[in-house]
Design a binder for this molecule. Structure first.
Ligand code: ADP
Ligand code: MG
Length: 329
């Protein structure tokens, strides 16, 4: 018996549905999340022409048997939840069981997987399975290759940005994974060139890898928040240096940005750097938001907000000697 099953109709209806495939970056996001969910400790990512012509994600996770491989590209098939209530105690990224199906529908996909006892390769075009056969794959794990994204949806293909822009979106997403999973080894190739070859390490090393320009930073550790932030002397004109996660999921939430910067008080110049991990008991946050929506819903936001501001303010005292005035709380 395989691990993947179709979710019952009433569960499907309750899960916020969404078009998962916004562009190459969202394909990379979904595939890497699947690799992490499969327990991978090493993930290799490769794209060509901004991901429009080719995306590959290879992992050393638990893999899939033949049955699972066949089910994986169908909608609402998942090995991660049985019941709606399971999503409140979720430790995986996925649970909707729609990512691979959505990606498969708009591309040519080749999935090769070895679960430790058998190894197969499946090919689907526009969501239709063309072939599945045994395939010699030496190592346990999965390789997903996505060719010609939106080849069958010209309207969507037309709206993709230039290769350079799509590539930038992918790079930004890969950097988020590097930061949120420092214990996982990542190799990232763009058009045959290695962009990142990052062995397993820790948050500080990953922060320095991604933001080498930041020379003053400090680790922070509060009740609901931990991470790494720059001194007010290091900042960007935009918020690309502010990367926030809630329960390890990347979020982009106006209020959180504001609350973070508020911690800098009068020392604030432009937008400082901060990689924040907000972890709250699962009953205090709603994970069932639309997959494209990156804001969060806390059930008691104020206790979390004040913890963030206080923790940032406290940590910045370290830099006071460098003539930075931090307003007392
Ligand atoms: P979800 O992640 O929401 O369950 P997906 O469509 O992303 O849905 O994946 C469907 C199923 O395929 C997963 O539940 C998992 O069992 C299996 N799967 C997908 N990618 C991998 C992978 N890289 N390694 C092992 N199993 C995978
Ligand atoms: Mg998934």
């Amino acid at each position: 018996m395989g691990k993947i099953k179709k979710l019952p109709e009433q569960v499907i209806g309750k899960i916020a549905a969404g078009e998962v495939v916004a562009g190459p970056y969202s394909v990379v996001k979904e595939l890497v999340e699947n690799s992490l969910d499969a327990g991978a400790t090493k993930v290799e990512i490769e794209i060509k022409s901004g991901g429009k012509s080719y995306i590959k994600v290879k992992d050393n996770g638990e893999g899939m048997e033949r049955e699972d491989l066949l089910l994986s590209v169908y909608e609402h098939t998942t090995s991660k939840i049985n019941d709606f209530d399971d999503i409140y105690n979720l430790s995986s990224f996925g649970f909707r069981g729609e990512a691979l199906a959505s990606i498969a529908k708009v591309s040519r996909i080749v999935i090769t997987s070895n679960n430790g006892s058998e190894s197969h390769r499946l090919e689907a075009i526009g969501g239709k399975i063309k072939s599945i056969s045994e395939y010699p794959l030496v190592d346990k794990g999965t390789i997903v290759e996505v060719y010609d994204l939106f080849f069958n949806v010209p309207a969507r293909r037309k709206f993709l940005k230039s290769d350079t822009t799509e590539k930038r979106y992918v790079v930004e997403y890969v950097e988020k994974f590097l930061l949120s999973n420092p214990n996982v080894e990542f190799i990232f190739k763009v058009d045959n060139e290695i962009v990142y070859n990052a062995g397993a390490s820790n948050l500080e090393e990953r922060f320095r890898l991604i933001f080498p320009e930041v020379k003053e930073y400090t680790l922070i550790n509060g009740k609901y928040v931990e991470g790494i932030i720059s001194s007010p002397n290091y900042h960007r004109k935009n918020r690309t240096g502010q990367i926030f996660f809630v329960q390890k999921r990347f979020v982009m939430d106006k209020m959180l940005y504001y609350i973070f910067e508020n911690g800098y008080g009068e020392a604030l110049v432009d937008h400082p750097y901060g990689v924040l991990f907000i972890n709250v008991p699962s009953k205090l946050v709603d994970v069932n938001v639309h997959p494209q929506k990156l804001e969060v819903k806390f059930s008691n936001p104020n206790i979390i907000y004040s913890d963030i501001t206080r923790t940032v303010r406290e940590a910045l005292k370290k830099f006071v000697s460098k003539q930075i005035f931090v307003k007392p709380i």
